[in-house]
Design a protein around this ligand. Structure first.
Ligand SMILES: Nc1ncnc2c1ncn2[C@@H]1O[C@H](COP(=O)(O)OP(=O)(O)OP(=O)(O)O)[C@@H](O)[C@H]1O
Ligand SMILES: [Mg+2]
Length: 469
């Protein structure tokens, strides 16, 4: 639907003479008018085209105008609707307003009054869009500022984001869980020309397979037992805007086939419907799975993979861009302490060291949770000892007597310290928070020689930089 929808009005009334009359009036005033004589016709038309406004008679043959209005709003929730009521039926008019009508007009109507109402509804609509657009502009600044990217890898990601956001190309975001896929998807949306139009996000893994298709593409009344009324679906809701299909690797094959068709033809058939719906939607997908492998094992369609793999953006895991950790930690600390209203000023050097050494299997999200936990429990205005990181999972190991287990743990800890400091005892002692002499004694007790760690090849030591704490 690329024609100008800003002048299109849909009028629903079962009186054809009335429709003729109102058409003449509205066309003279420069509007484009489409009329419908009954509910079914109105719904079918509303699904195919986007209207700037609709005028609905309260008294229709089979249902009342309010029910029709609600169904039309489930197709396009933003369209203002003016209800026409018989003289004196003030109660129904009030009910219509409560249920979402923009306004009501008595029949027979005063033509001047009608045009005034239409102008007002449209002006209101424009204001709503303008507010959204401005919010978007603010958000854009805010959101780009909110993405921490010191490492070259992340700078390249942001560069790609700003170069492609303004296009309509499909964006394919991949990355481990917690690397910021959703954050990047939103940043793209806010930086795009569609920022004042809807952003609709759906997590394909969170919706039961059987519901995903109707959730995305909508259904016709009666398409299945519970379909009491038609439902527009998320693709319709995101018309002219952006849809974010998160965890697309979890989309069932049957839904993949339908999605492929939407991407190719820009239109689709809601469940149980024979009328196609045309949509103009920018698609962003995200996955933490290796979709190429999924294609090879047959659980993801190859043709769909190539359709969506247009602009790939790969978010590197946090352990491969450790230089982002300090800035991220400070940024998350500010964000969290603001949110939970605790004035925490910073993170101590020792605590930051701990954060730098950890491998972050859960990426930025895990860092965020760690800091949130520390902020919540700290009684100081600086985070120090409160940083708690998971050590390796002891539950999977056979149980040993406590003393033995503690000794094992200590030895392993010392080994890692020495590996990390390449046998520098002063540094290792400082990291462990012990005096140098104490530390020597500990090493002796565990039969460890610092010299053994001095000439470790680089490869090995850089792989083992995490310290269980
Ligand atoms: N570069 C970054 N700068 C600032 N905050 C970030 C950054 N990356 C991620 N975050 C924050 O980390 C959290 C996790 O990010 P997000 O939800 O976007 O990740 P995801 O890849 O979608 O994760 P999942 O796979 O778990 O859904 C969010 O609170 C997000 O704001
Ligand atoms: Mg996510």
């Amino acid at each position: 639907m690329t024609t100008d929808s800003s002048k299109k009005i849909l009028v629903v009334d079962d009186d054809s003479n009335f429709l003729k009359l109102i058409r003449i009036r509205l066309e003279l005033a420069g509007y484009e008018v489409v009329t419908a004589l009954n509910e079914d016709e109105a719904i079918a038309i509303a699904k195919e085209k986007i209207f700037a406004l609709s005028i609905v008679d309260l008294k229709l043959v089979r249902r009342d105008g309010i029910a029709l209005m609600q169904e039309m709003h489930s197709i396009n929730s933003l369209m203002p609707i003016i209800i026409l009521t018989a003289h004196g039926s003030i109660e129904s008019a009030v009910e219509a307003m409560k249920k979402g009508a923009f306004n009501f007009l008595n029949k027979p109507f005063d033509p001047e009054e009608l045009l005034l109402q239409i102008e007002r509804a449209m002006e209101n609509q424009r204001l709503v869009s303008e507010v959204r657009r401005l919010e978007g502009v603010l958000k854009e600044r805010y959101d780009f500022k909110n993405i921490v990217a010191r490492s070259e890898k992340m700078k390249r990601v942001l560069d790609l984001v700003s170069r492609t956001a303004g296009t309509d190309s499909t964006i394919y975001i991949s990355g481990e869980s917690g690397t910021g896929k959703e954050l990047i998807a939103k940043a793209i949306y806010y930086a795009s020309g569609r920022r004042d139009k809807p952003f609709v996000a759906i997590n394909c893994a969170a919706i039961p397979e059987t519901l995903l298709e109707s959730e995305l593409f909508g259904y016709e009344k009666g398409a299945f037992t519970d379909a009491k009324r038609s439902h527009g679906g998320l693709f319709v809701q995101s018309h002219q805007g952006t849809i974010f299909l998160d965890e697309i690797g979890d989309m069932p094959l049957s839904t993949q086939a339908k999605l492929l068709r939407v991407l190719q033809e820009k239109r689709f058939y809601p469940l149980g419907s024979e009328r196609p719906v045309e949509v103009d939607v920018r698609v962003i997908v995200a996955t933490n799975k290796d979709l190429e492998a999924e294609v090879k094992n047959g659980s993801f369609r190859e043709d769909l993979y190539y359709r969506i793999h247009v602009v790939p953006i790969d978010l590197p895991p946090l352990r491969d861009r450790k230089e982002d950790v300090p800035l991220l930690a400070e940024h998350l600390l500010r964000k969290i302490s603001q949110r939970i209203k605790k004035d925490i000023k910073g993170i101590s050097a020792m605590a930051m060291q701990k954060l730098m050494l950890y491998e972050w299997p859960g990426n930025v999200r895990e860092l965020e949770n760690t800091i949130e936990h520390a902020v919540a429990i700290t009684q100081h205005d600086i985070i120090t000892e409160e940083i708690i990181l998971p050590s390796k999972d002891l539950r999977t190991e056979p149980l040993k007597p406590l003393n033995e287990a503690v000794d094992d743990f200590k030895r392993e800890y010392l080994v890692r310290l020495l590996e990390f400091t390449k046998g520098n005892v002063s540094k290792a002692a400082e990291l462990a928070g012990r005096y140098r002499a104490d530390f020597y004694n500990l090493l002796k007790k565990h039969n460890l020689k610092p010299d053994d760690f001095k000439n470790l090849d680089k490869e090995k030591s850089s792989q083992r930089t995490s310290i269980p704490v």
